[in-house]
Design a binder for this molecule. Structure first.
Ligand code: SF4
Length: 388
């Protein structure tokens, strides 16, 4: 397997915001450091303290920035605005719990990016309010160009999207004219328009298998961890763009092994944007929807989850009898940048949703000719999914 060029992340380091369910695993890891001879393990005497700290965190629940009454008042106000504007709220699993709750209460939808796209396309509302990151809004606009697509802020982007600029990606594709270009949904409209296939993590394996059976070689972008996972699982001939998700890339196999010492019967559910060393420990590797399905079906009482913490809202809703543990994101003594919180997903706050119809500059626009080209691989993905 060859490696594509190194993608560069543009812009400043993201500001990491304090979100729900934040837990400092750097501190947890540091608990074991002073008495650890083997740096790959946590001393057993610290396991009880680790368990107590996790339990305390779970008991404390969310770190709220407003009172429950204030949140409720905002949600009620947004509900009225959605009705007034004949709009529907479509939210990603990684958004804050109250945003997901609001989508559910108002006849909207909470899901992964593939299902968000399909729901937005098929729903009769004239306006889609997309709570997620920019590529999700663009996808909604491409699939439903006649609808107005609003987002709480257009600044909510994604490290994978930023790390795959169209000019460099186009040059990379031109270096491999014999390959079928498969891009992840987490890309700009321009990158999608340059592709043959768009995939989400929920159907990446099936698409790669399909192309492999047809004897096609794949150029994959932008997530190197997901691409590498697909390559290992299918044996497909792939060259990879070298992008990464700043959230999933930080999950640490060592931390998961330490956590499993405290919870030996816990199963590990991991998103394939995580490093290979993390995926090697997983009982289930899958998209957000597949992780939720696996959690519901699992017989384990404790589940260690390696994906953004926003998913805990749906996990707890779907499997209330189980305890979910955040996979550690830092090694001993290290600090985490994202702490399993996507800083861009966090921008979808209730306050921003409350202003979504009047703030201006937050409507998704996609060039019509670009949208036409991007629609082809997107529809190919939706048709392929429907045929499974
Ligand atoms: S969690 Fe990762 S892949 Fe998802 S939007 Fe955030 S940076 Fe992008």
């Amino acid at each position: 397997m060859k490696r594509g060029r190194v993608a560069r992340l543009g812009g400043a380091e993201p500001t990491i915001q304090s979100l729900t369910l934040q837990l400092n695993y750097a501190n947890i890891a540091a608990l074991g450091q002073s008495t650890v001879n083997n740096p790959m393990s946590v001393a057993s005497e610290n396991l009880a303290r680790i368990r107590a700290q996790i339990t305390d965190h779970l008991d404390r629940g969310e770190t709220v920035k407003r009172s429950a009454e204030q949140s409720r008042a905002l949600m009620d106000a947004i509900k009225i605005r959605l009705e007034q504007h004949n709009a529907v709220l479509v939210a990603h699993y990684y958004t804050a719990p109250e945003v997901q709750m609001l989508a559910e209460e108002t006849g909207g939808f909470v899901s992964d990016s593939l299902e968000m796209a399909r729901f937005g396309r098929d729903h009769p509302a004239e306006t889609l309010v997309v709570a997620g990151v920019k590529f999700m809004g663009e996808t909604a606009k491409i699939l439903t160009p006649h609808k107005r697509v609003l987002m709480p802020t257009l600044e909510a982007t994604c490290s994978l999207d930023i790390g795959c600029p169209i000019d460099e990606f186009d040059a990379f594709c031109n270096e491999h004219p014999d390959r079928t270009v498969v891009v992840y949904a987490n890309t700009s409209a321009a990158v999608k328009a340059r592709s043959d296939w768009v995939v989400t993590s929920s159907i990446a394996l099936q698409v790669a298998e399909y192309l492999q059976q047809r004897g096609e070689k794949i150029l994959w972008a932008p997530d190197r961890h997901l691409g590498s996972y697909v390559q290992r699982a299918t044996g497909a001939d792939m060259v990879l763009w070298d992008g990464a998700c700043i959230v999933h890339e930080e999950f640490k196999a060592r931390g998961i092994l330490d956590l499993k010492k405290a919870y030996p019967n816990a199963e590990v559910l991991a998103h394939p944007e995580s490093p290979a060393s993390v995926l090697a420990l997983a009982d289930c590797v899958g998209s957000t929807t597949q992780i939720i399905d696996a959690a519901v079906k699992s017989s384990a009482s404790h589940l260690i989850v390696a994906t953004d913490q926003g998913i805990f809202y749906k996990l707890q809703q779907m499997a209330p009898d189980k305890q979910f543990l955040i996979a550690p994101t830092a090694g001993n003594g290290a600090t985490c940048r994202s702490c399993a919180n996507c800083p861009w997903m966090a921008m979808n706050e209730l306050e921003a949703l409350d202003r979504v119809f009047e703030v201006g500059g937050n409507e998704i626009e996609v060039d019509a000719e670009l949208a036409q080209r991007a629609m082809l691989p997107l529809n190919r993905m939706l048709d392929f999914k429907a045929s499974l």
